[in-house]
Design a protein around this ligand. Structure first.
Ligand SMILES: NC(=O)c1ccc[n+]([C@@H]2O[C@H](COP(=O)([O-])OP(=O)(O)OC[C@H]3O[C@@H](n4cnc5c(N)ncnc54)[C@H](O)[C@@H]3O)[C@@H](O)[C@H]2O)c1
Length: 255
């Protein structure tokens, strides 16, 4: 039986992070070829590429800084040359600086917006402009956060970047709607992986506090995020666009 994403190619930024890797593996299991990009050196990608190859899909790795528009464009050109068409873009790369408005430096503020917001724009624009040129349908999923709407005073740059990403998602969804390209956001709450896990490793008590704060009393796994990203990328979907899939276990209901 044909797999859902067979003959499709997905491009994932921040693909060596915990959530990015889970997304790459989930797509490969569903038959997609995978172009992974991350700022980390190529040697760091070896085990993921090995795992993807064992799933019998084509894959590639490019070291790329998403805040550099020209580098992103070169990455998408390389992926297009290798795979034909890149049908799906997952804008996932991000950093977080824990520093309030009067502690964060200008450099930290600007870097966070450049990576999280500008980077998401460069990646989604580079993929969808080629889809338009090739007259192909496809999808974009922005990996956002519940922090886009719930005030997190200790991570203002991150929250502002994710709020900006939300409007970017909606503007792009409207522009691309007549072209059969859907654009959506997944907004996870506390994920037991990546950026949050790094914080909780320094302070394990905070992790249990976080879990107990969530109405469903559970942290999200990277694999659970990936599952929802695949749903939003379903080639059969034409009606769900410009939407935000809030996946926070009810966290935002109690704040
Ligand atoms: N972990 C959570 O609790 C959580 C919750 C909500 C949303 N998210 C979102 O999930 C996404 C993935 O985060 P994660 O938790 O897996 O963190 P992670 O740190 O494991 O992954 C982020 C990846 O982005 C890469 N990256 C950073 N700067 C880059 C740049 N300039 N260019 C290219 N790549 C760059 C990093 O090298 C890393 O591999 C992010 O968008 C994050 O905001 C995470």
């Amino acid at each position: 039986m044909k797999k859902l994403f067979e003959e499709k190619t997905v491009l994932i930024s921040g693909g060596l992070g915990d959530i990015g890797k889970a997304i790459a593996i989930a797509f490969a299991k569903s038959g997609a070829n995978v172009a992974v990009g991350d700022i980390q050196p190529s040697a760091q990608a070896a085990s993921l590429l090995n795992e993807l190859t064992q799933l019998s899909v084509k894959c590639s790795y490019t070291q790329v800084d998403v805040s550099d528009a020209a580098a992103v464009d070169a990455w998408v050109t390389e992926a297009t040359n290798a795979f034909g068409t890149v049908h799906i873009a997952i804008a996932n790369a991000a950093t977080v600086t824990i520093a309030g408005l009067y502690k964060i430096t200008d450099e930290q503020w600007s870097k966070e917006l450049r990576v999280n917001l500008d980077g998401a724009f460069y990646v989604s624009r580079a993929v969808t402009s080629r889809l338009l040129q090739q007259d192909q349908k496809g999808s974009v999923v922005f990996v956002g956060s519940w922090a886009a709407e719930a005030v997190h005073a200790h991570i203002p740059a991150y929250s502002v970047s994710k709020a900006g990403m939300r409007m970017l998602c909606q503007c792009m969804a409207l522009e691309l709607a007549p072209h059969g390209i859907t654009v959506n956001e997944i907004a996870p709450g506390y994920v037991d992986a990546g950026l949050s896990r790094k914080v909780w490793e320094q302070s394990p008590a905070q992790k249990e506090d976080a879990r107990l704060k969530v109405p469903v009393q559970a942290l999200i796994t990277a694999e659970e995020v990936a599952e929802q990203v695949l749903r939003l990328s379903d080639p059969g979907n034409k009606h769900i666009t410009g939407s935000i899939l809030l996946m926070d276990g009810g966290l935002s209901l109690v704040r």
